[in-house]
Design a protein around this ligand. Structure first.
Ligand code: AMP
Length: 280
């Protein structure tokens, strides 16, 4: 595995043989099985795989967890080597945002809801850094997790609008055995909080069951999810949503598909999760 913190070296490695297909998996590190599932999919689809590890400061608000975000680069590199990754691109903040940097990518509508409403500058940071990573590596396909569903919608929009020459693949959410979505931020949870965190998955399951039973009233389903979360003492709701799968507008009535999504604080840790429902 070739490791580099330098944009120029990563580019050179990528273009050594232009006939090969490349998959890119962008990450913020502290890798878990969720990240590795993306790496395996990229490995299966492509001749070569690149993984970036970069905790992007511009997608964190000043009051968020940038300074405490978990990091373990040595362990990350061990895991990536074991997966047969070809290129690990691990730039510094200075490498990515050099002196005089002043360009950002703004995706308009879909960034205003849900995560964007709670974290107003988040998607500016995400869209800009993902554009940079796609420009640096120029992958055939870039791989993202459904866990961050709004991010996948924003990135697909941006790639289409800006004619970026990479395919975007979205991979399923990997979960712990009790349903909790894997996340680097799970490392923040105490053992009682870890127990309480299962409430996100439980709330999504109640939404799924209601939809499977034929319930179509969006507000009713949101209320059922909220009630379940309220009963968990350590949980505090940021948002609970049942929305259109493309626009993320809240649904009054569900027709053939919907995405249930939520952001919940468990203690001081903010967790997100979602579930896509389609009529069979
Ligand atoms: P992060 O390091 O949290 O920025 O995540 C990097 C990529 O891994 C993103 O595309 C995430 O959506 C994806 N990812 C994170 N957690 C999971 C998970 N539990 N299952 C699948 N993909 C995930």
């Amino acid at each position: 595995m070739f490791f580099t913190p330098h944009i120029a070296d990563a580019r050179k490695a990528r273009w050594e043989d232009p006939t090969l297909t490349w998959g890119l998996v962008p990450t913020m590190g502290y890798l878990h099985e969720g990240h590795l599932s993306l790496v395996r999919r990229a490995r299966a689809d492509n001749d070569r795989v690149a993984v970036s590890v970069f905790v992007n400061p511009t997608q964190f608000a000043p009051d968020e967890d940038l300074s405490t975000y978990p990091r373990d680069l040595e362990q990350d590199m061990r895991l990536l080597r074991a997966e047969g990754v070809d290129l690990a691109f691990v730039p510094s903040v200075a490498e990515m945002y050099g002196k005089g940097f002043q360009t950002t990518i703004v995706v308009q509508d879909v960034t205003k809801r849900l995560e964007g409403a709670s974290r107003p500058s988040h998607f500016l940071g995400v869209a800009t850094v993902v554009t940079k990573l796609l420009n640096i590596i120029q992958p055939t396909t870039a791989y993202f997790g459904q866990k961050d569903i709004q991010q996948t919608i924003v990135i697909r929009r941006m790639v289409a609008d800006l004619n970026i020459n990479s395919r975007i693949a979205v991979c399923p959410t990997m979960r712990e055995s009790d349903g909790l979505a894997m996340s680097s931020r799970n490392a923040y949870l105490s053992s009682t909080e870890r127990q309480a965190a299962t409430v996100l998955y439980k709330a999504l399951q109640t939404a799924k069951h209601a939809l499977d039973r034929g319930e179509r009233n969006g507000e009713h389903i949101r209320r059922v999810m909220r009630r379940l979360i309220h009963n968990e003492r350590l949980a505090r709701i940021d948002y609970v949503s049942l929305a259109d799968i493309e626009t993320l507008e809240e649904l009054d009535m569900v027709e053939t598909a919907a995405v249930a999504s939520l952001a919940v604080f468990i203690g001081r840790t903010r967790l997100i999760d979602n579930l896509i429902w389609r009529e069979l």
